[in-house]
Design a protein. Sequence first.
Length: 227
Amino acid sequence: MKKQLSLLLLLAASFFFSSLSYAGSPFEGSIKFSMQLNGANSAEMAAVLPREMKLTIKGNRLRTELTGGLIESIMGVIVSNPEKGLNCILNSNVKMAYTLEVESESQDAPVKAEPTGKKERIAGYSCEEYLIVLANGEKSTVWITKEIQLPKVSEVKQAPLTSFLNNIPGGNWMPMRITQKIGDSELTLEVTNVKKEKVSDSLFEIPEGYQTAPFNPSVFGGDQGDE
């Protein structure tokens, strides 16, 4: 379970870590997600998982903020600034910036992404549901809107969700609801608010006085077996 939790957190918090580029007009502002867990392991994992996720976007820069659970105290803020080659976790408790690379493994890459035909409005945006089938046979769903365009990854290193988004016809559209299995439980991330606004460049920098070090995934059991 620790390994599954670690992979999912990187998936959820690292939508677009890489060298990014836009095919059209970029989004600037913030997007808030709720995070809900249901199933056999939900009580145990709820103490770890955040309740909310906020993405702040400006051009090809991304700031991810996780609120709630143990995760907030360890990796509450994640910053991606491709122009400066910066991908890192900011921990305000110890004033550290942990450098981070997200690299999908071949067995986790989606091999099939098809529309289900279902449509719905989420947070005021028209959305369409896609079914994802991974190479290991696992299935998940993502609802996307074509009314918000996000950075498109051009590098090989990317999270599995990013690979899926890039393979949707048209590419780099906004995921508004994501449903992912974690063992016997199911995690749902859903957009609750979209706010278009001017964003300060300072949000995508390492704050003054922070030291840097590589991120150790073993904090989440990433180097351990599936316990």
